[in-house]
Design a protein around this ligand. Sequence first.
Ligand code: C2E
Ligand code: MG
Ligand code: MG
Length: 560
Amino acid sequence: MTVSLPNNQDNLVDIILNTVDDPMMVTDGQGVIVRINRAFEDCFGWRTEEAIGQTPRILNSQKHDAIFFRHLWDSLKKDGFWEGNIWNRAKSGHEIETQCRIKAQLDHDGRALYYVSRMKVENIENSDVVRNHDALTGLPDQHLFIDRLEQAMIAVQRVKKSVALLQIGLDHFSTINEGLGYEIGDKLLNEISKRLHDCMRGSDTVARLGGDLFAMALQVASIDDGVIVAEKVLKSMQDTFKIDGKSLNMTASIGISLYPKDAEGAADLMKLADTAMHHAKKKGGNVFEFFAEDMNAKAKNRLEMETAIRQALSKREFMLYYQPKVSSKTEQIVGAEALIRWISPERGFMPPGAFIPIAEETGLIGEIGSWVLQEAARQNKAWQDAGLPPIRIAVNVAAPQFRAPDFIDHVLNALDNNDLSPKWLELEIVESMLMGDTEMTIEKLHQVRDIGCHLSIDDFGTGYSSLSYLTRFPITTLKIDRAFIKDLECDKTMAEISRAIIGMSQGLELEVVAEGAETDAHIQFLRENGCQTVQGFYYSKPVPADEFAVILAKGTLHKG
Ligand code: C2E
Ligand code: MG
Ligand code: MG
C-alpha cells in the first residue's frame, strides 16, 4: 500500500521521520496508520509494511479503559493536541510505557487530516525490546527468551506453579528454503510467528531461537495447561499458509520440559526440551513429547479422554440425574438439581469431576452444557405435561460456557424449544465466575434475570471472594457448600459460618439452600437456624429421571 503525504515528498518525509530517535506514527483523519519510523519498528516490532493500513489498536495493551481513550479523543478534537503516558504493547506482547504527544493536523474546515504521535519510551528495560528481538519476526530472541524464562521460574516459585518450556521445531522447513527460496521461507516464518503468538496467553513468552526453531515459556498450574498450548500450536499450523500466491503446509514437533520437575536451571531446561523435541521428530513430527516419561503417559490419557468425551457426545452416552431440593419445614419437594452422568461402555461410570474439567479446557463444555440445558428443560416440561407438580430445576453452568458469547442464546433456545416457562429454570454458577471481567458478567447475569430464570451461587463460601458482589449481582439463591455442612457437628467454626451465611441470606432476602445434608443432626441444625431448603443424601441421592418422577409424584419426602 502506498500512501501519499502532501507534496508527494514521501522519501523526504521518511528521511525526516527516521532522524527522530523516538518511535513515531502518523495516522490519517480516519485513524489509519500511514507512516511509522524506524524507531517505531525497532521498539514495537511492527514493520512498516505490516503496520501501514492498520490502526493504532495494534499497540493496545488493554491497560487503559474506554474512558481513558475517550478523554484522549476529546482533547484531540477540542485542542488538536494530547499528551500523556500510555502503555503500549509491542508485537511480541511486551508492554512498553511511553510518554506520548499526539498532534492533529487540521484542514481549513478544522477537520483532522493527520495525527502525528511521538512516543518517548519510559521503561528502561525496554532497551531490550530494541536490542533483543529477532529482526525477521519481531519476536524476542534466544537471549531475551532465557531472561524471560528465568523470570517466569522466579515468578512461579512464590505461587507453587510450574513453568512449561516448549521448544517448537518446524518439520522439514529446509525443503521450503531450498525449493522455493529464502524470501518465501522468511515470509512463512513470519506467518508462523504470528500464529504462535496467537496461541499464547498474557504472561507467556514466545521467541524465535533461530532458524526454524521457536520456543515458548508458559506459567502453568498443571501439566494440562502445557498440553493445551502444545495442542493449540499443532492445530494452529493446520490451516494452509498462503505466501505469494503459493499454498504451503507446515507441521511442527514440540519438546516440553518442566520447571521445577525436570531441571532447576534455564540452560538445563532448554537442553531437555531439545531432547524431547528430537524424540517428537523421530516419531514423524506433528506431535509433542514431554521430556519426562510419566508426563507423556498423563498427556496421552488426557488426549484419550478428550476423544472419548467427543464420542460420548455423538453417541449420546450422557444422562441427567436429578437430586431433590426439599423444604426443611414441610419436607415438600421444592426443586431439583440436574447432575450429569456418563456411563461409558469402555470406561464404566465416570463421575463429573473426571471429565467436566477436561471438557472445560478443551472447549467441549459448550456442547455438553447446551445439551444439559436442553435435556433439563425437555424433562421438566415432560413432567409438567404429565401432571406432576411443577418445580424449578437447576442446571450447573461452567465458567467457559457462561463466558461464551452465545450462552444466553443457548438458554433461550432450551426454553423456546421445549416451551418451558423461564421461572422453572435456575442456573447455578460458582463465585469465581463473578470475578474478573465484571462488566460483561453483570450484563449477562442481568440478561439471565430479565429472561426470568433464577440464579444461584453454588458452593458458596469456598470462593474467597469479596462479599460485596452479593449486592451488585442479581442473585436469587446461595447454596452453602457441602464442606461446611459436613463438619457442622464436630467443628464449631463450620457451624458458625453456616449460621452466618443463613443470617446474611435472610438479610439480603436471598433464598438459601444447604448442600450435602446427610444426617438428622444436619437437618435439625439447618431447621433451627432458619435454612429454608436442603439438598443432600439425607433426603435422596441424585437419581435417574424415572425414579425422580416417582418421588415427585409423592411430592414430599417424609423421614422418620
Ligand atoms: P455441585 O453442583 O456442587 O453438585 C453437588 C454435588 O454434591 C453432586 O455431585 C452431588 O451428587 C453431591 N451431593 C449432593 N448431596 C450430597 C451429600 O449429601 N453427600 C455427599 N457426599 N455428596 C452430595 P456430582 O453429581 O458428582 O457433581 C459434582 C460436581 O460436578 C457438581 O457439583 C458440579 O460442579 C459438577 N457438575 C455436575 N453436573 C454438571 C453439569 O451438568 N454441568 C457442569 N458444568 N457441571 C456439572
Ligand atoms: Mg450445583
Ligand atoms: Mg455445590
